[in-house]
Design a binder for this molecule. Structure first.
Ligand code: 13P
Length: 131
């Protein structure tokens, strides 16, 4: 599966710890990330990641474009609900496209814990049936 990993600054430690904890699952998938998130994950885990621009510089939109072309199967986005983001419209647009294309999206660690286990259990096979 193609997985997008994104974390706002105050959630990057959570993302690093999450990807470290589940690296044995994640290594079986193709990973994409916004710029700084991807850099931190790669440094910590050594997992190969295709990195886009940093979020405020268009990274969320680049991942949105991949969703629109059916190239992303799952989005794990650790959002910071307590800090205003300068690129909030881009974040909303990315989440909207997940809804447009029925792409599973989790926006916090609790959801990600469930989603990664579902992924490992094969619950994403329906994505292969999508045209
Ligand atoms: O801002 C982001 C998502 O909206 C994340 O971008 P970075 O991974 O470059 O910090």
């Amino acid at each position: 599966m193609n997985i997008a990993l994104i974390a706002h600054d105050k959630k990057k430690t959570d993302m690093v710890n999450f990807t470290l904890a589940y690296s044995t699952i994640l290594k079986n998938h193709t990973l994409y990330a916004t710029g700084t998130t991807g850099e931190k994950i790669n440094e910590a885990t050594g997992l190969p990641i295709q990195r886009f621009e940093s979020g405020p510089l268009g990274g969320d939109q680049q991942i949105g474009a991949k969703i629109a072309t059916n190239e992303i199967d799952l989005v794990i986005f650790f959002r910071d609900p307590l800090t205003a983001q300068p690129h909030e419209p881009d974040i909303s647009a990315l989440m909207r496209l997940c809804d447009v294309y029925q792409i599973p999206l989790v926006t916090n660690l609790g959801g990600a814990e469930v989603m990664i286990r579902a992924l490992d259990a094969g619950f994403f096979e329906w994505r292969n049936l999508q045209s």
